[in-house]
Design a protein around this ligand. Structure first.
Ligand SMILES: NC(=O)c1ccc[n+]([C@@H]2O[C@H](COP(=O)([O-])OP(=O)(O)OC[C@H]3O[C@@H](n4cnc5c(N)ncnc54)[C@H](O)[C@@H]3O)[C@@H](O)[C@H]2O)c1
Length: 421
């Protein structure tokens, strides 16, 4: 059976949703007595579609609100912790409620007359990457527990949106389980087994980070749109509403021919003729009208930082006298265009650091690259030749051929700048 600790938006939805979907009894507890009384009376304190009727349906039957934590803990072998994780004054996450909740759970566990064979704690609260292992696991170990031996631990981020919390919970896009120990992860997997959606078991750090990736992407898109609205207001005579409606007609939002998801993916930076020049142009144009476009500035800065980051990775794996293989010179696959190519900047940075043995291969763009930049590097006739001649390989352009030939890279240090192998 399941316990849920913290009955705010997430905890109440999780408890009712699990009661509905898993068919198990859920024992729910909130430190706030007022909330407990309200829920026991089958009333919710906030507006959220469907929750009221689900509480009426399952309250007192499959969803039991407990007066004490001990009551909930006694019944359940798995507990979902859904307490708040607000920002502290410094901006860092305040983990106080989470730490107190875990400690209170352990206190309750230790007072049971019949010890639980293998209780599992599932952190559902949004927490910075490393919290589940470096804070919660540590807390458990300091209390004498051993993860994977006598207690289980997992992270299970929640993606529900207020206003559609019920549907988001019972029909999620996917379930993500951040595994700390296999038994704990398996227990969570079983609870979600009949949700009928993909279940992904990943490291706890990855699971924690996905939630921040999701929310900060949404925040970034909103601020991007707002930055553009401020630039447009300065320039004048631009209907920004129309601009965004027209932008939304771009077929890439629907996945044709390229997908927006291709752009929201890490790599080694954007290049080519248009993206660098036009982003810089818009930044400069806004400045001309007296608006400092901080997001565009950051976009351009990150595009430089990522190339230096790749070069750091290469430098960490090969001495300056070693040979570096570069796979891909064109700015994107299926093109021989090398204008603004990221490969040029990465190679220049390597040359500046004293790497003189660089061997490159591109299915189409070698001649253009050589003619355009005249850099002191060697060119190979094939992927095989680059692999044989170099100590470290760096994929800069995501040509299909490089993926198809990945069996050649076995035993080689490879820096997959496009994250596509
Ligand atoms: N609200 C959302 O839309 C949403 C969506 C996804 C994830 N999240 C994350 O889920 C977590 C919870 O969010 P929320 O909106 O439900 O928060 P909330 O503030 O509405 O609810 C938290 C509840 O935990 C209770 N609580 C605190 N300490 C407790 C303890 N020791 N024992 C029992 N109960 C305790 C509080 O009384 C409160 O009712 C946060 O980390 C949040 O970032 C929220």
């Amino acid at each position: 059976m399941i316990a849920v600790m913290g009955l705010g938006f997430v905890g109440l939805t999780t408890g009712l949703g699990l009661a509905h979907r898993s068919g198990q009894q859920v024992f729910a507890y909130d430190a706030d007595e007022r909330k407990r009384e309200l829920y026991k009376g089958k009333r919710i304190s906030f507006h959220e579609p469907h929750l009221q009727e689900q509480l009426e349906r399952y309250g007192g039957d499959r969803f039991i609100v407990c007066d004490t934590l001990a009551e909930a803990v006694a019944q359940a072998d798995t507990i979902f912790i859904c307490v708040g994780t607000p920002s502290s004054l410094s901006g860092e996450t305040d983990l106080g409620d989470l730490q107190r909740a875990v400690s209170a759970y352990l206190d309750a566990l230790e007072q049971l007359s019949q010890p639980k064979p293998y209780p599992v704690i599932v952190i559902k609260s949004t927490v910075p990457a490393s919290t589940t292992t470096d804070v919660v696991q540590l807390l458990l170990e300091n209390r004498g527990y051993r993860i994977g031996v006598n207690i289980g631990l997992a992270h299970n981020p929640e993606f529900l949106r207020e206003g559609s919390a019920w549907n988001d919970f019972v029909q999620p896009d996917r379930i993500i389980i951040g595994e700390v120990d296999p038994i704990g992860a398996q227990r969570v997997r079983e609870l979600y087994a009949n949700f009928g959606v993909p279940i992904h078991c990943v490291s706890a750090h990855t699971a924690e980070f996905v939630k921040y990736a999701s929310n900060s992407l949404l925040a970034t898109m909103i601020s991007f749109a707002n930055e553009l609205s401020m630039i447009a207001a300065r320039v004048g005579h631009i209907d920004i509403t129309q601009v965004f409606h027209l932008l939304h007609e771009d077929k890439r939002w629907q996945g044709h021919p390229a997908k927006m998801t291709d752009y929201v993916f890490p790599g080694c930076g954007f290049g080519g003729y248009c993206l660098p020049k036009d982003t810089l142009s818009l930044y400069a144009h806004a400045g001309h009208y007296g608006h400092e476009a901080v997001m565009l500035k950051a976009v351009l800065q990150v595009n430089e930082d990522i190339k230096r980051h790749i070069v750091e990775q290469i430098a960490a794996s090969v001495q300056p006298e070693g040979t570096i293989g570069i796979l891909g010179l064109s700015f994107k696959p299926e093109s021989d265009d090398v204008r603004g190519a990221v490969s040029r900047d990465i190679i220049r940075l390597l040359l500046d650091r004293g790497y003189s043995r660089i061997v490159a291969y591109d299915p189409m763009a070698m001649e253009n690259f050589h003619n355009a930049y005249e850099l002191p590097i060697m060119y190979a006739d094939s992927v095989e030749e680059v692999v044989n001649r170099s100590e470290v390989l760096t994929i800069v352009t995501a040509w299909r051929d490089f993926k198809d030939k990945q069996n050649l890279y076995q035993g080689k240090k490879i820096i997959d700048g496009r994250h596509y192998l």
